[in-house]
Design a protein around this ligand. Structure first.
Ligand code: SAM
Length: 174
């Protein structure tokens, strides 16, 4: 049923209906734009959802003078990382890219820090083993690599981190 006569402008009820429909559609679209980058990584072949690091595990390599490069699929997190680096005054030695880590070569890096999920650690172990040079070191946060033997372990529970030395994982490679 309509409160609009043929050929006339929409009546107040219909106008409010259109406004509400537009507002609901806009809100749903905004929610999709905000949430999709967080959900999409969990739907990939190698599922890697967003689970935030605890404040204890925010690694401050850039503050120690290291040139730090971050790769992340989620554009919100990349912009947030750039903002945090600027706020902490380390934006000169940091770069953050919206990139798929499986398409990045890690061969030029001598230190790699990863906070992944168990489903991806085996594949990542193989990738890093083939790409990193013999003097590289790798830190895994919260979830260890399945085959490598850590040279050092620190922290407890969800804040555990493991340090791996390429000297040992390159020589034990199958
Ligand atoms: C366990 S969370 C870690 C989040 C954040 N780095 C931290 O430490 O709080 C894993 C992150 O990996 C990202 N991710 C998933 N697949 C990826 C891929 N192929 N390349 C780059 N980043 C990916 C997700 O968007 C998610 O933010």
């Amino acid at each position: 049923m309509s409160d609009q006569a043929p050929g006339s402008r929409p009546g107040p009820r219909r106008r409010w209906g259109l406004v509400l429909l537009g507002a609901a559609g806009g809100a749903a679209f905004a929610l999709y734009v905000a949430a999709a980058p967080f959900v999409a990584p969990a739907l990939r072949r190698v599922c890697l959802p967003f689970v935030p690091a605890s404040t204890v595990q925010v690694i401050a390599a850039a503050k120690q003078g290291f040139r730090a490069v971050g790769y992340e699929l989620n554009p919100w997190l990349v912009w947030y990382s750039r903002y945090r680096a600027w706020r902490e005054g380390v934006h000169h030695n940091t770069r953050f890219y919206i990139s798929d880590l499986w398409k990045v070569s890690f061969s030029e890096y001598s230190n790699v820090v990863i906070f992944g999920v168990p489903q991806m650690m085996q594949s990542l172990e193989e990738k890093l083993q083939s790409e990193l040079k013999g003097n590289a070191r790798v830190v895994a946060c919260r979830f260890p690599f399945p085959s490598w033997i850590a040279v050092h372990e620190s922290g407890k529970g969800i804040d555990t981190a493991w340090l791996y030395d390429a000297k040992s994982f390159k020589t034990t490679a199958k």
